[in-house]
Design a protein around this ligand. Structure first.
Ligand SMILES: *Cc1c(COP(=O)(O)O)cnc(C)c1O
Length: 236
């Protein structure tokens, strides 16, 4: 971001909103049914301020230290903070105390800690269960077969509210393969709902596959580069 970051982010954000609207129309989705989570990891605070000035409310962060600094700097603003990074069990307190949402729960141990550590005066932590639909050993996320049991256990924890499923599939270039991964998540969610869980969130789709995700029912797309431009190499 060398010149006029504010104007550039305003333009990018307008283009992203149009992209989401176009996808809603193209795939028969209700207008406004896809929410934008602006992924601000490694972006400077001024970039977040610029997006807030354009009416953006929800921001996603991957790193705890960086997230804490940004929350502190923006404490006076009305912002909904989403944790979308890897969760380690010795780091759950910072998420439980500092964030409104977490998208990356994939183990019961972590979910229990988040529930125990959620401050009593805070609203329940809004959660998504991360599912590994592409079956890669390296990616985090619970296997689809194990998702129903884990979802039911998470849903019973007192200070968490399970809202739905999240996935971060293997990057594939073609639209039909992108859709196939997102379809698995949608079908899994439909089974959980049929079994009685009240879920309303499918967190899927990033800057390069948002159309495929909207086509398959995404309700929250997590967009970083499309909103802010390329990420700086290092945390600011
Ligand atoms: C970085 C990140 C994104 C955003 O990726 P872009 O390709 O920049 O849109 C979305 N979800 C997660 C979990 C991420 O880590």
């Amino acid at each position: 971001m060398i010149t006029e970051p504010k104007a550039e982010i305003a333009q990018r954000l307008a283009a992203v909103r149009q992209r989401i609207r176009d996808a809603e129309v193209a795939y028969g989705r209700e207008a406004g049914s896809v929410k934008l989570l602006a992924v601000s990891k490694r972006q400077p605070i001024e970039a977040i301020r610029a997006a807030i000035a354009e009416g953006q409310h929800a921001f996603g962060e991957n790193y705890l230290q960086e997230g804490a600094e940004k929350r502190e700097a923006l404490a006076g603003e009305s912002v909904e903070w989403h944790f979308i990074g890897a969760l380690q069990s010795n780091k759950t307190r910072a998420v439980a105390e500092g964030f409104d949402w977490v998208h990356t729960i994939d183990r019961l141990k972590i979910a229990r800690r988040l529930s125990e550590q959620r401050p009593a005066d805070a609203a329940p932590l809004q959660c998504c269960l991360q599912v590994n639909v592409s079956g890669e050993a390296s990616k985090s996320g619970v296997a689809p077969e194990q998702a129903p049991d884990l979802a039911n256990e998470i849903a019973s924890l007192p200070n968490l509210q399970l809202r739905g499923l999240m996935t971060l599939p293997e990057a594939v270039p073609d639209f039909e393969s992108q859709r196939a991964a997102f379809r698995q998540l949608r079908e899994l969610q439909a089974r959980l709902v049929a079994d009685g869980l009240a879920l309303d969130t499918l967190s899927m789709g990033m800057s390069n596959d948002l159309e495929a995700a909207v086509a398959e029912g995404a309700t929250m797309v997590r967009l970083g580069t499309a909103v802010f431009g390329p990420r700086p190499e290092k945390t600011p």
